[in-house]
Write a protein that binds this ligand. Structure first.
Ligand code: FE2
Length: 255
């Protein structure tokens, strides 16, 4: 399979854009309607573009007919409430798939590691077309929180920790990375997540916004990492045991 991909993301799998002046915009995310959707922790989502313009956030491949994460349809009632968020999603001028605001409640580092997952953005994506990557634009000011990326789910040495102050903008190949957010605040964290098709338009947008892969992780004590790694293994073992017990009891397959 060969897809059109961005050179800017090739080396590290992410590219950081210039900081956006979030304080200049109203907090549109507080006006949106949210639906419960468990993804990487205690989350809710406010869809801006969905498979058919409905107020739901499921992957486009789970709809009829199934399709890849492109040609998202704006949810009119939501888009009307968030003109700045829609403008930012449209700014690259490339095909948009899912576009939504995610709300995440505070969690722990171990929670985030347990929740690490890879996205499925390119399921059913036709060969020779643009690879789907995703914009993560932090809306609330969470400088102590980090978006965690790992090439290898269980290997802390592969970890990238991207701090999340207001206006932080990063484009990520979230199918390549195991990822989740560690949010240490008191209030929920909000982020605009948009699926974009790679290609010349996205490349020009990345260039125009100072795209850079320069990044140094904020420090994290080795003992914190070790403790969280152990906690994740404990939870995984506990879950495996619970599933085994369910099978022994004839409870059938876990979904
Ligand atoms: Fe994800």
């Amino acid at each position: 399979m060969s897809y059109v991909k961005s050179a800017a993301l090739e080396e590290r799998g992410f590219v950081i854009l210039n900081r956006y002046d979030q304080s200049a915009d109203p907090k549109e995310w507080l006006d949106l309607e949210y639906v419960d959707w468990k993804s990487s922790g205690d989350t809710r989502f406010a869809p801006l573009a969905s498979a058919h313009g409905e107020l739901e956030v499921d992957g486009f491949w789970n709809h009829t007919p199934p399709r890849t994460d492109k040609d998202g349809v704006w949810v009119d009632s939501q888009a009307a409430l968030a003109p700045n968020l829609v403008r930012r999603a449209k700014e690259p001028g490339t095909n948009i798939g899912r576009c939504r605001v995610i709300e995440l409640r505070p969690n722990t580092y171990a929670d985030a590691l347990y929740n690490l997952h890879q996205d499925d953005n390119n399921r059913l994506n036709p060969d020779e077309t643009g690879w789907i990557v995703r914009g993560y634009y932090n809306l609330t000011d969470d400088p102590e929180s980090v978006l965690i990326l790992r090439e290898d789910r269980y290997d802390p040495s592969s970890e990238v920790r991207l701090p999340l102050p207001a206006g932080m903008q990063v484009i990520i190949d979230t199918q390549r990375f195991w990822h989740a957010t560690w949010h240490v605040g008191q209030e929920p964290r909000y982020s605009l997540i948009t699926s974009w098709e790679s290609g010349a338009a996205l490349d020009a947008y990345i260039d125009a916004h100072g795209g850079s892969t320069e990044h140094t992780n904020p420090p994290l004590d080795q003992s914190v990492i070790d403790d969280a790694q152990r906690e994740v293994q404990r939870r995984l073992a506990e879950r495996a045991e619970a599933l085994a017990e369910k099978r022994r009891a004839g409870g059938g397959e876990d979904r």
